[in-house]
Design a binder for this molecule. Structure first.
Ligand code: AMP
Ligand code: MG
Length: 525
């Protein structure tokens, strides 16, 4: 495994050099073999659990790794905080994976940094496991996400009101550059660093912007490059949020410091899954005003993109036509970014209705079936229908008369209208439709999960693991580690097959008894 650290080359203003804190007695609890293989980690290293527990707890840095904490700012619940940064994370380097993609390797919960403010720099076991499970689930569902390579228990107690077992999670992401990273330099008026960050981000995430596709050898002008960058980040955010909505994911803390420009899901603190459909659903205890409710995520991502645009305006002004007055330069820059922020709405709508079209087996819906889709969502909301179950039943109902009758009685005329739309599409697109609705059902099967990481299952597993380690923090008994590994892996086996039932799937399909009405998530540090 060869480490590099191209981010360090950006300069000292982008990070602080800081080492992970040593821990007394690390134990490797979870190791993501599939991800490790992707990262080309050699088998002999993967087999050496003693060495891995040293690496994954931060006790020892692998050869070539250099540890830094990243600087960034962020809007948290709408309020700007100029000084955030990694308060409990250490980026130890980048590796090139099997697909030739550069991936950041970061330890989280690995001790205090210069950005820790009042925090202890640590992470409790339950939030570490939650990040591991949720990110693996999202990955298997096909949602862009950062992933976890490992969870190591530190053998130490940490204080979270009650004492809890400490852990370090190793996070792998396309990068940890956030909207908040741009805000950090914009807030300081550091245009040189801001431009360097744009250049770095284009090279790392959007190389097509600089590639000469036309063969004309005319590169984009400086302002076109910046705008193309903004448009690309916006495109990634739309894809991401629409995918969250498809599977019923509520991020819970869509602050700009948690918005990765690569478009991967970042930060699983207070996230949750939607049970009964309700666009206003909020589970996070700190989201008092429902800013990050399920159905608000599209609008919030647009707001976050407007904050990125704010940072780019001064750069656009810098490269604008010097014959214009200052006011004209400003106006021109504003007009250009505003156009992209406004276009977000239409682009989002197309992606949103196309996604719901597919969930309903309709291939070529962009906006044609808007009311069919919104009517279903309204019906689900007024009848408190489970989101995942309803789409699954709709899928099954195409070949199961009992399910069809059940749904017909719940959804009334809507159900017939839907079948008519499916039939029309079939007649238009297939010269010889063989089995009625077969293509529709195939499409639905790919877009509607049979199982999701339901909140009550996650919580039961986290509680079980916390209890298992409570009396054996250092995992002296082999059984402590084994029981945690087996419990999490058992759940993950099911979650890794989200579109197909396997033997144990039905263990994790039942709905929460109270409809998750009293369920709350916490920022989980
Ligand atoms: P988050 O809620 O995880 O997005 O974190 C927001 C900010 O608080 C980031 O700068 C984190 O690094 C920092 N932070 C969260 N928990 C801790 C902790 N236990 N110790 C130090 N910093 C923390
Ligand atoms: Mg965060």
């Amino acid at each position: 495994m060869k480490f590099s650290n191209t981010y360090i080359k950006l300069g000292e203003q982008f990070f602080q050099r800081t080492l992970p804190e040593k821990v007394t007695s690390p134990t490797l609890l979870l190791w993501n073999k599939a991800l490790a293989n992707n990262l080309l980690i050699p088998e002999n290293v993967q087999d050496n659990h003693i060495l891995l527990s040293q690496y994954c707890s931060g006790n020892q840095l692998p050869h070539g790794a250099e540890s830094i904490a990243l600087a960034y700012s962020g809007h948290q619940f709408g309020h700007f905080n100029p000084q955030l940064g990694d308060g409990r994370a250490h980026l130890i380097g980048e590796v090139i994976d099997k697909d030739n993609a550069r991936r950041d390797i970061q330890l989280k919960g690995s001790g205090q940094t210069g950005f820790s403010r009042r925090g202890d720099g640590k992470c409790a076991l339950a939030p570490a496991l939650r990040e591991y499970i949720m990110s693996e689930a999202l990955f298997a569902l096909g949602v862009p996400t950062s992933r976890c390579l490992s969870v190591a228990a530190t053998g130490e107690m940490i204080n979270r009101g009650l004492t809890k077992a400490g852990a370090v999670v190793t996070r792998v992401a396309a990068s940890h550059i956030r909207v908040g990273t741009f805000q950090y330099f914009a807030a300081r008026g550091d245009m040189t660093s801001l431009q360097a960050l744009v250049d770095y981000s284009i090279k790392r995430h959007f190389p097509e912007i600089d590639a000469d596709k036309t063969g004309s050898n005319i590169p984009l002008s400086s302002d076109q490059r910046i705008l193309a960058f903004l448009a690309s980040v916006i495109g990634n955010q739309i894809t991401l949020v629409v995918e969250w909505l498809r599977i019923g994911f509520i991020h819970g803390v869509m602050n700009t410091d948690n918005t990765a420009i690569c478009g991967e899901t970042l930060d699983f603190g207070p996230c949750a899954m939607l049970g009964e459909y309700n666009e206003n659903k909020v589970f996070s205890s700190i989201d008092e005003y429902g800013r990050y409710a399920f159905g608000s995520q599209g609008k919030i991502a647009q707001w976050n993109m407007a904050r990125l645009a704010d940072c780019l305006i001064p750069l656009l002004i810098e490269v604008s036509d010097k014959k214009l007055t200052k006011e004209e330069q400003e106006q021109q820059a504003l007009t250009k970014v505003e156009a992209l922020i406004h276009q977000y709405t239409d682009k989002f709508d197309v992606a949103y209705f196309t996604m719901y079209g597919k969930k309903l087996g309709i291939k070529d819906t962009a906006l044609n079936n808007k009311s069919l889709i919104s009517d279903l969502l309204t019906l689900m909301q007024t009848q408190n229908l489970d989101y995942t179950q309803t789409f699954l039943q709709l899928t099954q109902s195409l070949t199961d008369d009992v399910k069809a009758q059940e749904l017909q009685s719940k959804l009334g005329d809507w159900y017939q209208t839907w079948l008519v739309v499916l039939r029309q599409e079939e007649l238009e697109h297939e010269s010889h439709p063989q089995n009625k609705y077969q293509q529709a059902q195939d499409l639905m099967r790919k877009n509607n999960p049979v199982v999701i990481p339901r909140n009550h299952h996650i919580e039961a597993i986290l509680e079980f693991c916390e209890n298992a380690i409570a009396n054996d923090l250092t995992c002296m008994k082999n059984s402590t580690k084994e029981v945690i590994t087996d419990t999490v892996e058992g759940f993950l086996r099911v979650l890794r097959s989200p579109y197909q039932e396997i033997e144990a799937t039905n263990k994790y399909q039942e709905l929460p008894k109270d409809g998750d009405r009293y369920y709350q998530t916490f920022c989980g540090t």
